[in-house]
Design a protein around this ligand. Structure first.
Ligand SMILES: *Cc1c(COP(=O)(O)O)cnc(C)c1O
Length: 421
């Protein structure tokens, strides 16, 4: 559920007409709904209910400091994968004790900054990384709280680029090597084992792969405890999918996920950490764009938008579907016609949808990509010399620019000329 609805024929973000924001900020523009972000965070928080738990928003899904602050103020922690995200979470007021540091390639510099600034735990992904953190922490005279990310070798049944829990993926340590890895961690100075971490992929639309992975985590918890390790936290990662195509999909709800967590892991008495990104931010954001041209082709018509793959790369990168709707509601009974919906970038990959049934749309009209709040603005670039897309946050009848569009001068002035040119 989200807060982007037609009212009196005009698409609104909460109580603000989308067209009003587009007129004020220009297009393309990302628009987020605070109420939707809040609602999705609470769904997870309530789904884990009486279990001791922390919901750590995966900052990589939507890393704007304003979004992190909104969620942090509700009590969310953050799952970060770089020093940049760590610093953004801190700038948003999220305390170090609510920040978990994930990622396969944490550098010593990143470890050092996070240890100095305060960190809940590092989720370690390999033995070399474990040894590096041990050295850094020991040198600083501190103890780094750690989990080890295990790779449970389950098929998440999602797009290949966002499946992370099979043995062929670069993530985590194979289950078969986990006990040896924990034994080594326990023997190294500067590390304090606090739990186990697992994250099998993103946009999962079925609970079964989670359940298979969590069952393996439960077994491992018992085995590691028998080995003498203090396993008090289980970080279950993120990954719950959202209905990108409203007409034909209904992924599991956070409440069902919560019940399954309780069923598979509840008896272990551990604090549960989860790291949802997409399910919190995905349906909380729109990308709004203006139709520049309608180009009649052979056997197909192209809607050419002012948004492109540099603003929203998911269709090009993951073959992703986004519902695309006119900002002005078409009258009931309007017949649709198929359009290829494309951006202006000089690549055929810059195609958002093919033969998409749409009510007739004219140049100058606005369209909105639904479910664009996660892995949208964060993956934007300036490819083709297009300034970075701005972001707006709506709450009730107010909206605020939370990242402004850089001017062309700003974009150009970041490049510097060598003295000898
Ligand atoms: C990407 C990622 C997440 C968030 O995944 P979603 O599918 O957005 O919920 C959580 N944890 C880790 C380690 C990740 O890499």
């Amino acid at each position: 559920m989200d807060h982007f609805l037609y009212r009196a024929g005009a698409l609104h973000a909460e109580d603000v007409p989308v067209a009003e924001i587009a007129a004020a900020v220009g297009t393309p523009v990302y628009i987020y709904s605070a109420a939707t972000l809040e609602r999705h965070f609470r769904l997870f928080d309530e789904a884990l209910g009486d279990l001791p738990h922390l919901v750590c928003f995966a900052a990589k899904a939507a890393g704007n400091v304003a979004i992190l602050k909104l969620l942090g103020d509700l009590g969310a922690g953050a799952d970060v994968v770089s020093l940049g995200e760590y610093l953004k979470a801190r700038a948003a007021g999220i305390p170090g004790e609510r920040i978990v540091f994930s990622g396969v390639g944490k550098t010593r510099e990143e470890m050092c900054h996070a240890l100095a600034g305060g960190i809940r735990q590092f989720n370690l992904e390999s033995e070399p990384e474990m040894r590096a953190l041990s050295e850094v922490a020991a040198e600083m005279g501190v103890e780094a709280p750690v989990t080890i990310r295990v790779n449970p070798d389950v098929d998440a049944k999602t797009h290949a680029k966002i499946a992370t829990g099979k043995s062929e993926n670069k993530f985590g340590i194979p289950l078969a090597k986990a006990r040896a890895a924990y034994a080594e961690a326990a023997s190294l100075p500067g590390l304090r084992i606090v739990g186990i971490d697992v994250h099998i992929g993103s946009q999962l639309t079925d609970l079964a792969p989670f359940e298979a992975a969590f069952a393996k985590v439960a077994e491992l918890t018992e085995a590691l405890r028998a080995d003498g390790h203090d396993i008090v936290r289980l970080d279950l990662g993120g990954g719950l999918g959202i209905p990108y195509e409203r007409s034909n999909s209904a992924p599991p709800l956070p409440v069902e996920y919560g019940q399954m967590v309780r069923r598979t892991l509840g008896h272990l008495g551990c604090e549960i950490e989860i790291e949802p990104g997409r399910l919190i931010a995905g349906n909380a954001g729109l990308l709004v764009s203006e139709v520049i041209y309608l180009k009649e082709g052979e056997g197909r018509d192209f809607l050419i938008l002012d948004a492109a793959m540099n603003d929203l790369i998911r269709p090009a990168m993951y073959d992703a579907w986004h519902d695309i709707v006119p900002v002005t509601e078409p009258p009931a009974g309007t017949e649709t016609q198929p359009y290829d919906i494309v951006g202006p970038v000089c690549e055929s990959g810059d195609t958002f949808a093919r033969a998409r049934p749409m009510p007739p749309v004219k140049p100058g009209e606005l369209v909105a990509f639904r479910s664009a709040g996660a892995y949208g603005a964060v993956m934007a670039s300036e490819y083709n010399g297009r300034p970075l897309v701005p972001e707006v946050l709506v709450r009730g009848d107010q909206f605020a620019v939370i990242r402004r569009r850089p001017s062309y001068e700003e974009m150009i002035s970041r490049d510097t000329l060598p003295s000898w040119l």
